[in-house]
Structure formats: C-alpha cells, structure tokens
Design a protein around this ligand. Structure first.
Ligand code: ATP
Length: 682
C-alpha cells in the first residue's frame, strides 16, 4: 500500500478538534504525532512533526473540518474517540478513484455483525432494538439529571455527555444494521429533532459494511432475472465496485458490448426492514405517549411514517429506475449533466442495471487537477444543477453526498443513485416563494402561516412562542447581506428554532437544506471564492418575478379608467391583499366548520398560562415527593415493629430500615431540587 500524500495542518486539525467539541485533536501518521487545539471554528495550538505536502492540502483539511464534509470527502478517515480525545488514523489522502479503491480501509469482518448472517426472528430483533433504545433512554435520563454530574453540573459537561451518547448511538447503529444505518443517515440531517451533538456524531456514520459473496450475488441476479448469469451478461466483475448498507455494485458487460453496472440488493433486506420497522413503530409510539418526549409536541409517529416511507421507496429498485428515467428526461437539454441510462430489461425490484459512466468524484480534488478540469466551473455547475432541480423541476436528488456526483471530460457532471429523490409540487414552490417574500418583509406571522400551510408546524396550540422565535430569526438573518449567508448557517439557525418546539421541518426541506450545505462545503473546496448566493440569485429572482407577474395580471383584470394614481394605489393594495382575498371563501368555510364543531362539543378550548403551569407542576412534584416520605415513614415504623416482634433480630430489622433511609435521602434530595430551582426546571 503506497502512501501518497498527507493532508494535515494546524488550522484544519484544530478545526476538527473544535468541531468535535474537544480541546485537542491528535493524529498519528507513520509514527509521527500531530496535535492541535481547537475551538468551534478555528484553533490555535502547537503542532509537532507535521508533514504537510502542500498549501492546497492544508486548505483541504480545513474544509474537512466542516460538518458532514469529512466523512464524505475522505473515506479512509476514521475518527475514533478515546477518553475525550479524538484520534484520527489514516494512511493517505486518496488521489484518484483506482488508488482510492486499492486503499479503502478493509471492510469490517462480516462475522462481527449478527444482522449480516441473516436468519433473525422478530423476537430477536425486537430485543436487540429495545435493549439499545432502553440504554439510550437511560443515558439520556442521566444527562438531564444535574445531580449525576460529579463535581457539579456545567453546560460543557452536558455537551460532552451528549457527544458520548452520539458515539454510542453511532456504534450501535452499525451493530443493528442496514435499516438503522439508513435511519442514522436520515437523522444526520435532522438537527430539528435531535440534539446537535448527536447529529454531528451521526454525520460520521460510515455506510461501509461487509460485502457479501459473489456466489450470492450470482444467485440473486439469476433468481431475479430468471436466466443463468452467462446468458444475461458477457462478463460480471466478481469484485464489487462499491458495497453499501443496502446493496452492492458490480461492473459488467452485456452481450451487445455495452458497459454497465449492476446494483444488487443485499439478500434478506426486505424482511429485515419489515422486522425493524415494526419494532421501531413501537418505539415511536412509546416516545409519542411519553410525557417527556411526546410532551414537546413532536409527532414521533409522523416522523416514523416519514422515515418508513423513504426507506421502503429506497429498497424498491423499480422506484429508482423510474426516478432515474425522470431525472434523465428533465436534464435532456442540459449538455453538461449526464444521467446513466437504465436497462429496464435487466432490472427488477431488487436488481438494477445502469449504463456505466465512470468519472472523478467531485470531492477528489487531486484527480480533478491531474485531469486538468476546471474546478471553478465544476463548482458553479453543481450549484446550478441543484438549483434547476429544486426551483425549476421540483424534483431533486435527495441523497446528495459527494460520492454520488462525479465529473467527466468537458466538466460534465454525472449523477448516481436515484433511490432517494425529493419532490416539490407547484403549490409548494409557490408557498416557498411567498415565504421568501415574507422573509424579506420580516413578516413573522405570514412565515408561521406558510409553515402551517407547508405542513411544517404540527399540534400547535400556542403560536406565540413560535412567532416570536421566527421574528428573532428574521431580525438576525436579514441583518447580514444575503451574499454573505451560507445555506448551511441559515439551516443551523432554523434547526435551532425548531428544536424543543412543536414543529418539525418536513423531510423534503431537510433534504434540500442538507443537499445545499454539503454541496456548499464541496464547492468551497473546489473554488474558495465561490459564492452560492451569486449563482442562486438569478434563479430566485426569476421565480419571484413570475409570482409577481401572476399576481399583477390577476389585479390588472380588475383595472378600469379614472384617476391613475388612485387606481395604481388601489391595484397595489389589491395585489398585496389578493392572497388574503382569494382565501376568504376557505376562511369562511373554516369558520363555519369550527362553529359547527363547537356546537357539537368537538372542540376543547385550551387556555394556557405558563406561570400557572409552572406553579402547578411544582405543586404536583411536591405532592409526589411527599408520597415518598410517607412510604419512608411506613418502612421505619415497620422496622421498629419488626425489631420488637423478632425480639431484637437485627437482620430482619435492617432491610426496612435501610429502605426507609434511602427513601428519606431521596426525598430530601428531590425537595432540595424542587425548592431551589422550580422555574428553571419547568
Ligand atoms: N452508473 C454508474 N457508473 C459508474 N459508477 C457507478 C454507477 N452507479 C454507481 N456507481 C458507483 O457505485 C457507487 C455506489 O452506487 P450507489 O450510490 O448507486 O449505491 P448505493 O447502494 O445506493 O449506495 P449508497 O446508499 O451508499 O449511496 C457510486 O458511488 C459510484 O462510485
């Protein structure tokens, strides 16, 4: 194994440390030690023995420190955490695809994973899922209890514990297998649902799992396509091109001479999915009904259904084939984007055959340089192709890690993997443009209304806090010029607002945000001067204009003669009020229905005062805690009784006495917590 280059650099490593919330990052390379201190975005510290090969390499490592980009850019980088230190062991930064394949870290031993061996029962899977879930709940409980922090509670200690919990989740996800690996990847884009520390850890989740044998691949292809392999294909490479959690990809040649790739689904995957999803439904129902998690207003069963739908679509290769065809059709006039053709006669729900279109991964900077490709143009084209997908087609690639886009001669972009695509229909696109207008107007009420219309808000009884949070967000976001904003940063702010509030960003939007923030990272690597807003503005304006034209044409129909100024003013007012006016019938209808429900007694009026809520909760906790005191009293009475009745037998007396003592101490501790900090806890 040849060592090609080493990417290091104080800033990059320090950024990595800061990103991971550590004071120090520590890397080993060929026996040399690299160490740098970190803060969230940049760091200072000592650096010893750094064999940095070039300035570009150092810059690359900076980008690697950006959230999400790390795992995607360098597959060989496998950070490990030991006693609060992040240790990164890697041999080389890969220079091109072939060397990358040769240098890939060895796949984990198949025997290590129970799920890879198959033959699981519902009971076995349910036990495995619940034992992991139970441990996570327990650890999470401890994180929320301030008295469990030795030496006193602090926000840093809590954050460190959350990161440890994230590491535990990541490791267990690999043990639980494909369903959970995919779920982990979905949740790595959902900082609106999980704490940031956990989401950051999930972003490290590697999709690399043991490949299964070629004998099984052959069997599966023959079963699915109902012909012997040699009749179907002239040649199939027994070494997979890629092995991911759901399937593996093999190069092959048809008898016509066409070069293709065959993606073959992991055997037994559907059954494993069904077992896991039924166990997960119970988990979602538990969370929904729990006072702590369901009480936050999160629709856990809804989140489960959203994930189950995405996962089920992804394992149906008919769906992937249809997506690829649609995507290809949409891009047919764009000469600089190429979508591989699907060979439907060689495809089923578990096997898909596609035209072989090899290229250089957009993240493989060294190989792009060697091929003499224009990185600036590539950065621009990736951004533009995404904007076209989202704003023009309303159909976009939702699994946007850089491994799924490569580049060929003439800076042509090749897309792979169409299992997960997002759709935005016309109404949603219009609502998004309205949202843009409301954001520019800093109209928080309208933004909240549009969020409800888009399904982003659920179970809202009290809109006040959400409107105020949105207003705060709007006041801050638009205080900076748009061109200085990054989609990633805007997304982070949005997620911050969404967490602990009764709304969730719909999966589709979280994919859009994730796609942009990952691509932003890659584009910055390709072209440090790249400004996403510059490419995006014309697309946004075009939509903006189209919407305005539509509204003006509606209003001009109502124009007559008379004093021009008055009419213009009237028209402008009408244009402004038009959406409201158009929605009047719906509103009247809604009022009617509401009154009807009130008459029927179907509506409960919820009136809330946060102050009384808090006092009531404290009161309830005091009463509950007093029950503990009663039990302790009964136990101590019992112990004295036992002592008398057993003629001074200490062993018989000790048990209730000890229990009374423990309960007594617990009562004191709770009382102290409730009285000391009743408002903060609520
Ligand atoms: N048509 C193709 N031509 C050349 N290489 C391809 C083609 N399709 C896939 N590949 C290669 O195989 C890799 C895996 O393909 P793909 O992403 O479709 O598989 P997957 O099982 O869905 O993986 P994952 O779920 O991790 O994205 C791609 O990153 C690419 O390197």
């Amino acid at each position: 194994m040849s060592v090609l280059a080493f990417v290091g650099g104080q800033a990059g490593l320090a950024g990595l440390a800061g990103h991971a919330g550590l004071r120090w990052a520590h890397a080993e390379f060929g026996g040399e030690q690299v160490r740098a201190g970190g803060s969230r975005r940049q760091g200072t510290g000592v650096l010893r023995g750094v064999p940095v090969t070039s300035v570009r390499a150092a810059r690359l490592s900076m980008v690697l420190a950006e959230r999400n980009a790390e795992q995607a850019l360098v597959p060989a980088l496998a950070p490990r955490r030991k006693k609060g230190r992040l240790s990164i062991e890697f041999d080389a930064i890969l220079q091109d695809a072939d060397e990358a394949a040769a240098l890939k870290p060895p796949l984990p031993d198949a025997d290590k994973y129970r799920w890879a061996r198959g033959g699981y029962s519902q009971l076995e899977r349910s036990l495995a899922v619940w034992s992991v879930f139970g441990t996570i709940l327990f650890k999470n409980q401890l994180i929320g209890r301030k008295w469990t922090y030795i030496g006193g509670y602090s926000d840093e200690k809590k954050s460190k514990r959350l990161t440890d919990l994230g590491v535990y989740c990541r490791e267990q996800i690999l043990n639980l297998g494909p369903t959970f690996i995919k779920l982990g990847q979905l949740f790595s884009a959902r900082a609106d649902i999980l704490p940031r520390e956990i989401v950051d850890e999930l972003a490290f989740l590697q999709d690399k799992v043991p490949a299964y044998s070629f004998a099984r691949v052959k069997q599966l292809i023959e079963d699915e396509l109902e012909e012997p392999l040699h009749i179907l294909f002239e040649y199939v490479d027994p070494v997979p091109l890629a092995a991911a959690s759901l399937g593996q990809v093999h190069r092959a040649r048809l008898h016509t001479g066409d070069e293709v790739v065959i993606k073959v689904q992991r055997p037994g995957l559907k059954r494993l999915f069904d077992l896991d999803l039924s166990a997960l439904l119970l988990v979602a129902k538990y969370l929904q009904n729990s006072r702590k998690f369901g009480g936050q207003g999160k629709d856990w069963v809804g989140i489960y259904e959203e994930c189950a739908k995405i996962l089920n679509e992804e394992i149906d290769y008919y769906n992937e084939a249809a997506n690829a065809d649609r995507f290809r059709e949409l891009f047919k006039d764009t000469k600089w984007v190429r979508i591989p053709r699907v060979y439907s006669e060689y495809s089923t729900s578990r096997v898909i055959t596609l035209q072989y279109v090899p290229g250089i991964k957009i993240s493989d900077i060294a190989a792009l340089d060697r091929a003499g490709l224009d990185k600036r143009l590539i950065a621009r084209r990736t951004a533009e192709s995404y904007l076209m997908q989202i704003l023009q087609f309303g159909f976009f690639h939702a699994d946007s890690h850089p491994g799924n886009i490569s580049v060929g001669p003439g800076e042509v972009l090749y897309y792979y993997d169409f299992g997960m695509m997002g759709s935005l229909n016309g109404n949603v696109k219009e609502a998004l443009v309205d949202m843009l207008i409301a954001i520019v107007d800093k109209d928080a009420q309208r933004v909240v209304d549009l969020m409800i219309q888009l399904g982003a808000l659920t179970n809202v009884t009290d809109r006040g806090p959400i409107r105020r949070a949105v207003q705060y967000f709007l006041d801050n976001i638009t205080s900076k010029p748009l061109r200085e904003q990054t989609v990633g940063a805007i997304g982070d702010d949005l997620y911050e607002i969404a967490r602990d509030k009764p709304f969730r960003i719909p999966a589709t939007f979280s994919f859009v945000l994730r796609a942009f923030s990952i691509l932003e990272g890659v584009q910055k690597t390709l072209d440090p001067e790249f400004k996403f807003a510059e490419v995006a503005t014309p697309y946004g304006l075009e939509l903006f204009d189209a919407r305005k034209r539509f509204l003006s044409s509606m209003s001009s129909a109502a124009d007559g003669g008379g004093a021009r100024g008055l009419i213009r003013r009237f028209r402008n007012e009408t244009v402004r009020a038009l959406p409201q006016v158009l929605s009047v019938p719906t509103r009247i209808d809604r009022i009617d229905r509401t009154l009807e429900k009130l008459e029927l007694g179907d509506i409960k009026l919820n009136s809330r005062s946060s102050e009384t809520d808090r006092l009531l909760r404290t009161q309830t906790e005091l009463v509950q805690n007093n029950n503990v005191l009663y039990v302790a009293g009964v136990l101590s009475l019992l112990s004295t009784q036992t002592y008398t009745l057993s003629n001074g037998d200490v062993t018989m007396t000790a048990i209730p006495a000890a229990a009374a003592l423990i309960l007594g101490m617990y009562w004191l501790k709770r009382l102290d917590t409730i009285q000391r900090d009743p408002f903060k806890r609520s």
